[in-house]
Design a protein around this ligand. Structure first.
Ligand SMILES: Cc1ncc(C[n+]2csc(CCOP(=O)(O)OP(=O)(O)O)c2C)c(N)n1
Ligand code: SF4
Length: 290
């Protein structure tokens, strides 16, 4: 649409946002067409089905026949090429805008947690910190370079357990509060069951920061969940990630690295960009409790 004046397209368009595919709608649409261009982000699933399952008797273009690149996101320039249109310079970043890698917001609690973790790990080689996905994954980048892996939601704890099983010490996982409730709980139960020598840092900013501030299901009950899974209360710590608490936080992490079973360190400070929302949610929770 962006490639045409006033989004005025002369071809019929069918936008599919569902699975299973709407078979009747696709067949009716195909009757109006001589050929079809499939613009699909990610894997060319619909395109494959149009070839194979629907057996449409017309040329189908897209990622599979080279009209579009096989991988990567689509943008108006790539689509213009597929439509044989001159490519317009659309959505270009103005030259005065300096590009830079993404970074944690200034004042983010994750900064203080990573500073403490880095200091506690001084003297160990790289490769001990398994991460999950959230704002805290930015700890992979300079100046922190605190984390050494990131696979998918929930992988941090199970990968740390794998390290511990393989005899690697220390074996550390960092995971956000909301990721923990999404898919970290099962991994922690596994660690508790097998007395794995791991340190799990739950970076609890009391919200789902990266995806826009949805409520974290752990809000108000994270430590109860952790202890309920069987982590020994003496090895569940709640730390306050700030510059002034840096030294005591480093000591706690070091002590737990030395402990040969499961430790959980909950590093808790509100996401500063969502502080009002978090306080509102906490108020609501208190009301519900009353
Ligand atoms: C399976 C899956 N579902 C959803 C997402 C989208 N997602 C990315 S980060 C994230 C949650 C991050 O929240 P939290 O763990 O609290 O960390 P924060 O961003 O607040 O530091 C979600 C849901 C994803 N990456 N994978
Ligand atoms: S949104 Fe919140 S958690 Fe994410 S980087 Fe900014 S302050 Fe940190």
């Amino acid at each position: 649409m962006e490639n045409y004046e006033k989004h005025n397209l002369q071809y019929p368009v069918l936008k599919i946002g569902q699975y299973p595919l709407p078979k009747k709608l696709i067949r009716e649409f195909a009757e109006k067409c001589d050929e079809i261009l499939v613009l699909e982000d990610g894997y060319p699933l619909i395109e494959e089905k149009l070839w194979g399952v629907f057996e449409l008797m017309m040329p189908i273009h897209g990622r599979l026949d080279g009209y579009l690149p096989r991988a990567g996101e689509l943008n108006p320039t790539i689509v213009a090429k597929a439509l044989n249109l001159p490519s317009k310079k659309l959505n270009q970043v103005p030259e005065f805008v300096a590009t830079r890698p993404p970074e944690l917001c200034p004042g983010c609690a994750h900064i203080d947690t990573y500073n403490a973790l880095n200091e506690a790990l001084q003297g160990y080689p790289k490769g001990h910190v398994m991460s999950d996905i959230g704002c805290y994954t930015l700890g992979a980048l300079p100046p922190f370079e605190s984390i050494n892996s990131c696979v998918d939601m929930g992988a941090s704890i199970t990968m740390a357990k794998g390290l511990a099983d393989a005899g690697v010490h220390p074996a550390i996982a960092v995971i956000g509060d909301s990721t923990f409730t999404h898919s970290g709980i099962t991994g922690l139960l596994d660690c508790v069951t097998y007395h794995s020598n791991v340190v799990i840092a739950i970076l609890d900013n009391e919200i789902t920061g990266m995806t826009g501030g949805q409520r974290s299901l752990a809000l108000g009950k994270l430590e109860q969940i952790v202890m309920g899974l069987g982590v020994h209360p003496n090895h569940v710590h709640i730390i306050d990630p700030r510059r002034r608490t840096h030294k005591e936080n480093v000591d706690i992490i070091k002590n737990e690295i030395a402990y040969e079973d499961v430790s959980v360190i909950i590093s808790r400070r509100e996401c500063i960009v969502a502080i009002d929302d978090i306080r509102e949610m906490k108020k609501e929770l208190e009301l519900q409790t009353l």
